[in-house]
Ligand binder design. Structure first.
Ligand code: SF4
Length: 493
């Protein structure tokens, strides 16, 4: 192996720097049974395979038989696909330790600054079909439809059987179809009897999935996929992944707390005291939620998480419109121009102390101490039903024409204890913009590298634990590459 190549780095790190005694209990079976393949060899094959986008165990098995680099890494051993697959899916505890050890090597090699971290996630499909998704009621309906189809197919089979000239292939085809439909119906029945409905954060039932119930539907730029939301927290200096975790939810609004906790624990394990206290953490607007901002408080981190409207307030983007693609501008032309009256269209009358609507009617105070679910205080105004009922501006004022009268909430300028308001103010400062602008250069190249260069486009395993192993393995490959490129011991002299 040639120094300076990734295969050399993987070989050197696994052989010389990585302590793999955690596998001893499972693989030291000298007394009984067949001699196990050294876990070091398996780790090397898997990491190198992942770096080339070979995620399936069968492709790794083939590579060990044909590819000279794989042969060298495996010391001539040829593990079969079931050995590789069983190894990957069973290292849920060991992988956490291996990842932390790689992170320790990154620290020893001077790749961590520990000053600014960025969090982001990518939504990847997994080994689950979105056709098998739905609430329990949906799945029950699907099962009943399948059972109906089975009955129809049996009837058709009987009819064909009675025909004198019934061909053998027709009978076989129908028998196959019946078996296939029955299998599908039984699968849903088994799933419904063994599982309970999934309840979302709002307390309502969310969609379950009969193939992988921990995965979720994820909205991506190229449509909806059934899979996982793979998150990574990245250090600013050399884009080293300090913590990685997958979530079975399409939204990032509650991921901050587990990501910060996970990164803190890892950084503490490698010898850092209070690793996140006072450190800058940036994340995109997907993470802007009260829950995420609350999670930053006890950690005492200096978070930069902008709201979705922050660009509109940023003077640097005042003429951003002219850079928009003409095709988007054309689409805009066909968009509905319908605009409803907003709070700004209502005028406060200082003399009477009442709010005046665009039609000139005075609104009355319905609740002076109105509180939103996020704890924001406001004064709730309501227009008289008689005024709205006959109003000529009704279609411009009420989104839903069934609504009897318009309500308006005027928030007080100062919302005590509002984390979201404080964050908006912080992001709008020159320092806030400067810190947030670092995010794109810190975290996005990591996802670019893993998804484009390492060809990671889907997880092949099922279940959150196994998918998490695959995601950590990919992030480990990324970190090893960083050690190879920038590590002190690897520096070309
Ligand atoms: S719908 Fe009601 S609140 Fe709206 S403009 Fe007309 S009267 Fe005023």
């Amino acid at each position: 192996m040639i120094p300076g190549t990734l295969e050399y780095a993987i070989h050197y790190i696994v052989e010389e720097r990585l302590d793999v005694r955690i596998f001893d209990a499972r693989y030291n079976n000298d007394d009984t049974g067949r001699k196990a393949i050294n876990p070091k060899l398996l780790i090397k094959i898997i990491l190198f395979g992942y770096s080339m986008g070979m995620i399936s165990s069968r492709s790794l098995e083939k590579a060990c038989q044909k590819h000279t680099t794989f042969m060298a890494l495996a010391c001539g051993r040829t593990p079969d696909h079931s050995t590789i697959a069983a190894f990957v899916s069973s290292i849920d505890l060991e992988i956490e330790e291996l990842f932390t050890k790689i992170l320790l090597i990154c620290q020893e090699e001077g790749l961590l600054s520990g000053t600014h971290f960025s969090i982001d996630g990518c939504k990847l499909s997994s080994n689950a079909s979105k056709e098998w998704s739905g609430t329990f009621a949906d799945l029950k309906k699907k099962q009943e439809a399948l059972q109906r189809k089975v009955k129809e197919a049996i009837q058709e089979h009987r009819k064909t059987d009675k025909k004198e000239k019934a061909s053998v292939t027709d009978n076989e085809r129908l028998a196959k179809r019946i078996k296939h439909l029955k299998q599908k119906a039984d699968r849903i029945e088994k799933f419904l009897s063994e599982n309970k409905p999934r309840i979302g954060s709002t307390g309502k039932e969310i969609q379950s999935n009969a193939t992988d119930n921990e995965s979720a539907k994820q909205a991506t730029s190229h449509g909806v996929v059934q899979g996982y939301n793979a998150n990574a927290m990245v250090d600013a200096k050399r884009q080293v992944v300090t913590h990685a975790q997958v979530f079975g939810s399409g939204s990032d609004t509650s991921n901050m707390q587990p990501m910060l906790e996970g990164a803190k624990q890892r950084l503490e394990k490698i010898g850092n005291k209070n690793p996140l206290k006072g450190k800058q953490i940036s994340a995109d607007t997907g993470y802007y939620s009260v829950e995420n901002l609350k999670a930053c408080e006890p950690m005492k981190v200096d978070a930069y998480v902008p709201d979705p409207q922050f660009r509109k307030r940023d003077i640097r983007f005042i003429d951003a419109e002219r850079h928009r693609r003409s095709v988007d501008k054309r689409k805009e032309k066909y968009k509905s121009k319908k605009r409803f009256f907003s709070v700004e269209d209502f005028r406060y009358d200082d003399r009477t102390g009442r709010l005046i609507c665009p039609a000139g009617n005075a609104l009355y105070v319905r609740n002076r101490n109105f509180k939103t679910t996020d704890g924001y205080k406001a004064i709730a105004y309501q227009a008289p039903k008689t005024a709205c009922r006959a109003c000529h501006l009704r279609s411009k004022c009420l989104r839903n024409q069934i609504t009897e009268s318009r309500q308006v909430h005027i928030f007080s300028d100062h919302r005590p204890g509002s984390l979201t308001d404080a964050m908006r103010k912080k992001i709008d400062t020159p320092e806030g913009r400067h810190q947030y602008s670092k995010r794109i250069a810190i975290v996005e190249p990591v996802f670019g590298n893993i998804r484009s260069c390492k060809k990671m486009d889907r997880f092949t395993l099922r279940g959150k634990v196994k998918v998490n192993i695959q995601w950590l393995l990919y992030c480990m490959v990324h970190n090893i590459e960083k050690i190879m490129n920038y590590g002190r011991s690897f520096a070309v002299t």
